[in-house]
Write a protein that binds this ligand. Structure first.
Ligand SMILES: [Mg+2]
Length: 191
């Protein structure tokens, strides 16, 4: 009961109060860019920053949990990314067999069971390619895993809205908790 009360306070607390309480650590949870889908991310956003590697989430970022393989749209986007000299690596919290099945069809490397926001595999992917964090960008659909991990790793974090969410109570709750951070992004980027 006490947890639910704390959660309600967090969700409904005015934004300035949240910033006052959580201070700088809040910034870790605010995406650097928010787009509806990966296809709407301007490729210029990456090329202007000198990005050489995308650290990509799979589930709900590129395909739904039900899609086993990359879609034609995915493949076209990967080609656009590659044509701009940017490499790709998939970093997913999902199981090995799911991630392997998807990634193998693309020819790109992958890390499954990543336990994001843990950044072990972000670091490993960068180290293998001899890249610095500012040469990499992460793309994902969850604030508390993808965005947080990107920032822990020192990379810009692009948030895309989930394609089709799971309907579990846990997921619905998680989405509610993300709202303040998306609101802060919008507030920060208000023209
Ligand atoms: Mg995801």
């Amino acid at each position: 009961m006490r947890n639910i009360f704390a959660l309600l306070i967090f969700v409904f607390m005015p934004r300035p109060a949240l910033i006052f309480i959580f201070g700088e650590s809040m910034a870790l949870l605010i995406p650097d860019l928010v787009c509806k889908t990966v296809y709407e991310i301007p490729i210029k956003y990456f090329t202007d920053k000198g990005i050489r590697l995308l650290l990509l989430d799979i589930d709900n970022t590129l395909v739904t949990y039900d899609d086993e393989y990359p879609t034609e749209e995915n493949k076209k986007w990967f080609k656009l990314v590659a044509d701009n000299g940017i490499d790709i690596v998939f970093i997913s919290n999902n199981k090995e067999d799911r991630v392997k099945k998807y990634a193998e069809k693309t020819g790109y490397c992958y890390y499954a069971g990543a336990s994001k926001p843990r950044i072990k595999y972000y670091r490993e992917a960068m180290r293998k390619r001899k890249l610095e964090p500012n040469q990499c960008a992460a793309v994902g659909d969850q604030i508390f895993t993808d965005v947080l991990a990107a920032h822990f790793a020192g990379c810009p974090a692009v948030f895309v809205y989930p394609i089709k969410d799971k309907q579990s109570v846990f997921f619905k709750l998680k989405r509610k908790l993300e709202i303040p951070f998306l609101a802060l992004y919008l507030h920060r980027n208000k023209k």
